[in-house]
Structures are given as C-alpha cells and as structure tokens.
Write a protein that binds this ligand. Structure first.
Ligand SMILES: Cc1ncc(COP(=O)(O)O)c(C=O)c1O
Length: 461
C-alpha cells in the first residue's frame, strides 16, 4: 500500500495542472447537480475497500465543485488568494504530521511558532511582553481572546453583571464568542457607527457611563480593524483611551485588516492597534495562506494561562517543556503546525515581496474606483478602504426597488457568464456590489474588462 500511495502522490502535479490550481483560470463557480449532491450526501463508506485510483478520481470530482476563491476575478467575501507556497508548505508539514500540542513533541516547529508570533506582535506595535498562538480562524481567535478577557477582569460572582461593547459593523463571530463565554443578549451592547462605518466613541462613552450608573460591570470593548462589509477601521487610539480610562479590556478583530501592518505604504492606518490587550488576525485572508491559518495575540503572554493552564498524569512527560506548552495557552490540545505554511511562504517570498503583494490590493481597488468614475450612473457607495469598496448602478429617476433589482441581476449575470464574482450586500438599505481586490494575480485588464462587462449588463437588464 505504501508504494501505491507514493506512486499516486507523484500524480499530484498533473491533478493540480488539470484543475489550474496555480493560475485559477477555470470556472468561478462550479456546482454539482441536485442528483449528484443527493448521491454523495446519502452515501456511506463501503464495506470492502475500493481501489486507490478510483477513490482519487472521486476525490478530484468532489473537490472540483466549489467557489474558486483564488480566482483573479473572484471579488467576494474576503477572497482567499492563497499562494501556492502556502499550499506546498502545508502539504510538506502535513506529511510529517507533527503534534504541535506540546513543546517537546516538535521542538523545531515550536521555536518557529514563537518566532513568528514575536515578529507579528512587534509589527502590530505590541510590547515585547506579548505572546500568542496559531489557531484555525478568527472566530476561534476571538473566542480564545474573549474567554481570557472575561477571566482577567470579571470575578465569578460578577458574571451576570458583566457587559461587552461592540459595533453594528462587528463580525457576528464576536457576539457568538461572547455568548459562548456565558454572556446573555442583555449583556452585549451594540454601539452605532458614524457615517464612515466606524464605532462612534461618543455613543460608546455614553453606553459605558449608563451601565456603570446601573451598577453593571463594563469589561471589554471589541474594535474592528477592517470590517467585513466596508473595510472600515474603528478609531483604535480613542477606543484604547476609553478602555484604559475604565480599566477595561480592548480586543481588536483584525482578522482582515491586520495584514496592512506588513505594508509600509499603508501601515499608518493601523495607528493604535498595538495598544490592544488582544488581537485576532487571519493570515488566511490577506497574507495569502490556505484556510485554517489564524493568530490570537495577547499583550501579556501569560494572561491566557489563567483560563487554560491544565495538567494531567498522562501528560507528565510533556511537562518537561514547562509551562510553555501551547495547551496551557489556548483551547486546543492536539493541534497541527498551522504556522509552518506561513513561515515557508515568508522564507521564499521575503517581506518586501509580501509588502508589494498587499499594496497591489490597494492599487486594484483604486483602479476600480477610477474606472467607475468615468462611467455615467455608477455610484461609489463606500470608497476604497482597505481594498474593499461597494458600488451601485444608480441611474437618476429610477425607483429604488428597480435599482436594487438591477444590481442583484448584474451580480448574478456576472457570475453566470463567468465574468466575475461580485456578490451583493446592503449598505443603508440599498443593494450594492461588494468588491474586495486583494488578489495580486488580478491584472489591470481584469479590472477594466470586469467594469466594462458590469456596465454593459446593467444597461441591458
Ligand atoms: C472582520 C472579520 N472578523 C472575523 C471573521 C471570521 O473569521 P474566520 O472565518 O477566520 O473565523 C471574518 C471572516 O470573514 C471577518 O471578515
């Protein structure tokens, strides 16, 4: 069997080539038929094993039905334009199947994880006391951080009085995490945003003052650096001042925007990020990594141990690594070495190239804006902030409902004709096309062709 596995492994380059995985030029969206889906979802494992060759064929087919999120014309959600280097680093790491739950079981990867965490914390402006670890995504990073925030600041008998503050633009994973940590809906305040989709500090101050007056315990403010809808950044310095004044915890969801710290020309946008007590950041978004690569950082490396430190007789030989074992600092025990793909990519690309790859995203968004401004009837609803913009075909004199319908159709048609994926979102109740342009493989011609096609389609429907 091992020989057969090895022979099959050698076929991988052909499979990658057939599916154009390195250039992502195929179909933007590939969906199976209903019958096909039903077949798969109702299937059970066979009693007798099948041939490797047939199973590889089936696997290829199953994987081929997907949103091609690395395609240069896939502009929706936060596309994940993973570098093939991330894929290669991850495949190599997986082959070794190293246990990253303790420091002893993979001494090399442990040291590398420490070095990346130190480098990221420093780029984010955190002090040398900072620490953290890699997790699977920002949802888990936020859950980890908000558990620590609760345990650092809320006594057990005060838990029913604890109050958390987020904005109406905060990603839903934050409220989810707060509920998992035990908060009820009535303990979560949603602070309104200003016209630029940033948390309004005056509303925040008033909400905190009212809660203190009511005998409650404000303990955490969650700011966002790169909101999902518009890419807006909350006023981080002001929020840090407010949280300091009230001895609260400041968590920043920098899942998307944190990557700008690695781009010299734009990093000043993150002013104040380093003052946070904890930060969630996703390299699997704008640092070109395959999915499942995220980071949670703490201003004080030791803070998570109050929440997570554990010990067991069956782990006594692993305790030689001392309290540095990752399972004392986070939720997981068994974990893969998620950071190795990032280390691998950074070693080969170098930080100068990564800087250029990130700044290209800003350039492309600027091009979308300038091309649309040349055309009649298009509105830039939210401008190029962190390489995300929302646009709308909005001819004068047409009813709002009809305009919404046209924009929805334009988005659907663009995907159906394999021109581009620019899904819709609602901004102030109006349907817009949301475009996130962080794929460095997207060319200027891609942008010009897509804008031309969107405009033509909008005028035809
Ligand atoms: C701002 C922001 N926060 C959190 C998340 C959740 O991240 P993940 O999907 O890695 O759990 C996302 C995902 O799109 C996001 O855009």
């Amino acid at each position: 069997m091992d020989k057969l596995v090895w022979d099959t492994f050698q076929q991988l380059p052909g499979i990658v080539e057939d599916h154009k995985l390195f250039c992502e030029q195929g179909k933007l969206i590939q969906r199976p038929t209903r019958e096909q889906l039903a077949d798969w979802s109702e299937s059970s494992p066979p009693e007798q094993g099948r041939s490797l060759e047939n199973v590889v064929k089936d696997t290829e087919e199953i994987l081929s039905y997907r949103f091609s999120i690395g395609h240069p014309r896939f502009f929706s959600f936060v596309p994940s334009p993973a570098s093939p280097l991330s894929w290669l680093g991850d495949a190599l790491t997986t082959a070794f199947n190293i246990y990253a739950g303790s420091s002893e079981s993979g001494a090399g990867i442990g040291a590398i994880e420490d070095s990346i965490i130190r480098w990221v914390a420093e780029r984010f402006g955190m002090p040398p006391s900072a620490g953290g670890q890699f997790v699977s995504g920002a949802s888990i990073a936020c859950l980890t951080a908000l558990t620590v925030a609760r345990d650092q600041l809320v006594e057990e008998d005060m838990r029913t009085k604890a109050v958390a503050y987020l904005s109406d633009q905060t990603h839903f994973c934050v409220a989810k995490a707060l509920r998992i940590t035990g908060l009820l809906e009535r303990q979560i305040r949603t602070v309104p945003c200003n016209a630029n989709f940033q948390m309004d500090p005056d509303h925040l101050r008033n909400a905190i003052a009212q809660d203190i007056k009511d005998g409650l315990k404000p303990y955490v403010i969650v700011a966002t650096c790169g909101t999902t809808s518009t890419g807006s950044i909350d006023p981080l310095d002001t929020i840090a001042d407010i949280s300091k004044e009230h001895k609260m915890w400041m968590h920043v969801d920098a899942a998307y925007g944190g990557s700008v710290a690695f781009c010299e020309s734009h990093r000043e946008l993150l002013q104040g990020l380093g003052r946070a007590d904890s930060i969630a950041w996703d390299p699997h978004k704008w640092l070109f990594q395959t999915l499942g690569c995220s980071v949670v950082l703490f201003r004080e490396k030791s803070h998570p141990t109050k929440s997570f430190a554990a010990g067991a007789h069956f782990l006594r030989d692993l305790e030689d690594g001392g309290s540095q074992n990752p399972y004392n600092y986070g939720i997981e025990l068994s974990r893969p070495a998620r950071h190795m793909r990032l280390w691998f990519s950074l070693q080969i690309l170098g930080t100068d190239m990564v800087d250029r790859m990130i700044s290209r995203g800003f350039e492309l968004a600027g091009l979308v804006e300038s091309e649309l401004r040349k055309l009649a009837d298009w509105e830039i609803v939210t401008p190029n902030t962190l390489a995300v913009l929302n646009v709308r075909f909005n001819p004068k004199g047409m009813k709002a409902d009809d305009i919404d319908r046209i924009n929805s159709l334009v988005s659907k048609e663009a995907a159906a004709q394999n021109i581009a994926v620019a899904f819709t979102t609602c901004i102030h109740g109006a349907v817009c096309l949301r475009m996130c342009t962080i794929n460095p493989r997207t060319t200027d011609d891609d942008i010009r062709d897509v804008i031309k096609a969107l405009d033509q389609n909008a005028r035809c429907v």
